[in-house]
Design a protein around this ligand. Structure first.
Ligand code: PRP
Length: 211
């Protein structure tokens, strides 16, 4: 039997993913060790391999078949637009992609004005404003702390993830429109889905019983 390889998203999603896998009897204790510099972990008994990667790289590993299976946020799947199968909503990591800004910016959205939109997700922002809303905007790509942009005058609004809404509240910003709901998803390489169909189907069936 060949190894099935999982690419997991580093950070917030990783622990939740390991908890979920544990519930269906798939363990990888080594991976819980926060101090390890090891990159790849093996469960010899079940013939599984696991590695952690930055979110945006997970769909890349899965498209190229370096990983058979990935666990990644829907935001990253939409942004990266890779060729893969999204097979399952894992339920955790639930949040929303939203257009946010100060209340004073609401009018710019209602009247489709040419505004600046700061975001870590330029493709999602473009799709929302150009295709869905048909509003011409200037997209400014940032890499984090997106909420800063409207506060310091870099942009009128942002497109960003809202989970509890705490970051917005503490910075005097509001949700002005919802783009889409998000959560962690399981994705599968298109060739692996055919070659390892039985093993992957079994895994999905097991996961369904605990979600
Ligand atoms: C995310 C997101 C928001 C925040 C939302 O940022 O970009 O800033 O979490 O969560 P909340 O609604 O519960 O406050 P993250 O902490 O991942 O870091 P980043 O700003 O570097 O992207």
């Amino acid at each position: 039997m060949r190894y099935l390889t999982f690419a997991l998203t580093k950070g917030r999603l990783a622990d939740k993913t390991l908890n979920l896998l544990e519930q269906v009897g798939i363990t990888c204790e080594e991976m819980r060790d926060k101090n390890t510099r090891k990159l790849i972990f093996v469960n010899e008994e079940l013939k599984l391999k696991f590695f952690l990667a930055k979110g945006p790289d997970v769909p890349t590993y899965v498209e190229y078949g370096a990983a058979d299976i990935g666990v990644v946020g829907k935001d990253t799947i939409l942004e990266e637009n890779r060729k893969l199968y999204e097979v399952m909503d894992l339920g955790f990591g639930a949040c929303r992609m939203c257009v946010c800004g100060p209340e004073s910016a609401r009018g710019y959205l209602e009247t489709n004005q040419l505004i600046r939109v700061a975001t870590k997700y330029p493709n999602i922002a473009k799709d929302y404003f150009y295709n869905k809303k048909q509003q011409t905007v200037e997209i400014i790509k940032l890499n984090g702390s997106i909420e800063l942009a409207p506060i310091v005058g870099l942009s009128e609004v942002i497109v960003d993830i809202v989970e509890t809404g705490g970051t917005l509240r503490e910075n005097g910003l509001n949700v002005l429109a919802e783009v889409c709901p998000l959560s962690a998803r399981m994705v599968v390489n298109q060739v692996s889905m055919k070659m390892e169909n039985q093993r992957i189907r079994e895994l999905i069936t097991k996961l369904r019983t605990v979600i």
